[in-house]
Design a protein around this ligand. Structure first.
Ligand code: LMR
Length: 400
C-alpha cells in the first residue's frame, strides 16, 4: 500500500480552480469573470509597450542567467520603494524601509507572514476585512496565524461600514496584524477615503496594531500616486512599524513573471537592516532567490523616465477601459429593466461585488457559461465590447 493511500482530494481553489473549470468548458460562447486578470477589448492579456521595449533590449543583451541576490535585483527594490512610498518619502530618506523582490504579491504575503510568525510566536493573529481575498486567510493560516475578521463591507449601502470597521479594529489586542487593502479592495471594490485612512492609521497607532498593507492594484483606481494614499498616510502617521506587500502582476500585465515585493518598515535604520537580514533568511528557506527576467522588465521600465511615463499612460488606458465597462454594464442592465446596478460605477479597480447571489452565479455558469465567484464578485476588467451584451442579458435574465 502506498504511503499516500490515505491522502484525500484537496478542494479546488475558489479563484484559480474556477479558471480550470472555465478552460475545460466546451461551450463556444463563454466568459471568465472569475479571476482578476485585465484583458483588452479583444479579450487578450496585453503586452504593455513599455515592457515590450525593455524585453527587446534584454533579448539583444543575451545576458547569462546567474542567481539574483536573495533579496532580488537592487534596481527593482530601489524603484519599488519609490513607487510604493514616494520618491520624496521621509521613511526612505531615514533608511527605515527594508525591501525584497518576491515571487509575486502572494510570495510577499507568505514571506511576510512567516517572518511575522517567527517574531510573534503564539501571539500571531491576523485580522482581515470581511470579506477579503480568500487567499489571505489561506496564506496566514499556513504560516500559523490565528485568523479573525473586522467589519468592512455594508451589503445594504454597497459601501464601507466605516463605523463597524473602527469599532472592530479598536477591540483588537495590541500586536495584532491588521491586513489592509491599499486600494481597489478585493473583492468589493470599496475603499476608504483619504480622510478615513487618516482615522484608521491613528487608531492602529494608538492601539499598537501592526498594519500589513496588500497593494496589488496600484494605479487601477486613480493613478499610481493617489492609489498609494494608504501607505503614505501610514508613513506620515508616526506609526513605528508596518509592512507592505505589492505586486506588478496587474499594473505591468506580467502575471506569469511573478513580480512582487515585500517591504518592512522599522522604527529606524538599524531595525530596518535587522529586518532585511530576516527577510533574507526567510526567503532562502522557501525559494532561495527570486526570478530574474520579470524583475529586469519592471526595473527597466521604472528606471527610465521615458518608459516610466509611457507605462503610466498605458496603465491609465487600462483604468479607463475598466471605467467604460463599468458604465456600460450599469447602463445596459438598466436598459434591460434589471434591478439598479448603479453602485458598480462607484467601485474601484478590477472587481465589482455585484450583489449576485450564489444561486444566480450558479445559473450564470450553468446556463450561460459565464463564470463568476460564488460571492458574486465579477472581474469587470474581463468585460469587453464583444461580450458585454451577452453578459448583461444573462445577468438580467438571472435577476428576473
Ligand atoms: C484574484 O483575486 O482573482 C487575483 O488576485 C488572482 C488570484 O491569484 O487570486
Amino acid at each position: 500500500m502506498s504511503i499516500f493511500a490515505n491522502v484525500d482530494m484537496a478542494p479546488g481553489d475558489p479563484i484559480l480552480g474556477l479558471t480550470e473549470t472555465y478552460r475545460a468548458d466546451p461551450r463556444k460562447e463563454k466568459v471568465n469573470l472569475g479571476v482578476g486578470i485585465y484583458v483588452d477589448d479583444a479579450g487578450k492579456v496585453p503586452v504593455l509597450e513599455a515592457v515590450r521595449r525593455v524585453g527587446e533590449t534584454l533579448a539583444h543583451a543575451n545576458a547569462p542567467s546567474s542567481y539574483l541576490p536573495i533579496d532580488g535585483l537592487a534596481a527593482y527594490n530601489r524603484e519599488t520603494q519609490k513607487l510604493v512610498f514616494g520618491a520624496d518619502s521621509a521613511l526612505l530618506a531615514a533608511g527605515r524601509v527594508a525591501t525584497a523582490q518576491t515571487i509575486g504579491g502572494s510570495g510577499a504575503l507568505r514571506v511576510g507572514a512567516d517572518l511575522l510568525k517567527q517574531v510573534l510566536g503564539d501571539k500571531a493573529h491576523l485580522a482581515a476585512s470581511k470579506p477579503t481575498w480568500g487567499n489571505h486567510h489561506a496564506v496566514f493560516k499556513a504560516a500559523g496565524f490565528k485568523l479573525s475578521d473586522y467589519r468592512y463591507y455594508d451589503d445594504a449601502s454597497h459601501g464601507l461600514d466605516f463605523a463597524g470597521m473602527l469599532e472592530d479594529l479598536g477591540k483588537l489586542e495590541p500586536g495584532t496584524v491588521v491586513l489592509l487593502h491599499a486600494c481597489c479592495h478585493n473583492p468589493t471594490g470599496v475603499d476608504p477615503s483619504a480622510a478615513q485612512w487618516q482615522q484608521i492609521a491613528a487608531l492602529l497607532k494608538d492601539r499598537g496594531l501592526l498594519p500589513f498593507v496588500d497593494m496589488a492594484y496600484q494605479g487601477f483606481d486613480k493613478d499610481a500616486v493617489a492609489d498609494a494614499t494608504a501607505v503614505r498616510v501610514l508613513a506620515d502617521s508616526g506609526i513605528p512599524a508596518f509592512v507592505v506587500a505589492n505586486s506588478y502582476s496587474k499594473s505591468f500585465s506580467l502575471y506569469g513573471e511573478r513580480v512582487g515585493a515585500l517591504s518592512f518598515v522599522g522604527a529606524d535604520r538599524g531595525e530596518a537592516e535587522r529586518l532585511l537580514s530576516h527577510i533574507k533568511t526567510t526567503i532562502r528557506t522557501i525559494y532561495s532567490s527570486p526570478a530574474t527576467h520579470g524583475g529586469k522588465l519592471v526595473a527597466g521600465v521604472l528606471e527610465s523616465p521615458e518608459l516610466h511615463a509611457l507605462w503610466e499612460r498605458e496603465l491609465g488606458a487600462m483604468r479607463e477601459r475598466i471605467h467604460a465597462m463599468r458604465a456600460a454594464f450599469v447602463d445596459k442592465l438598466a436598459a434591460l429593466g434589471a434591478p439598479d446596478f448603479g453602485f458598480v460605477n462607484a467601485q474601484a479597480g478590477m472587481f465589482s461585488y455585484s450583489g449576485l447571489s450564489k444561486a444566480q452565479v450558479d445559473r450564470l455558469r450553468e446556463e450561460y457559461a459565464i463564470y463568476a465567484l460564488s460571492s458574486g464578485r465579477i472581474c469587470v476588467a474581463a468585460l469587453n465590447t464583444g461580450n458585454i451584451d451577452y453578459v448583461t442579458r444573462a445577468v438580467a435574465a438571472v435577476c428576473r
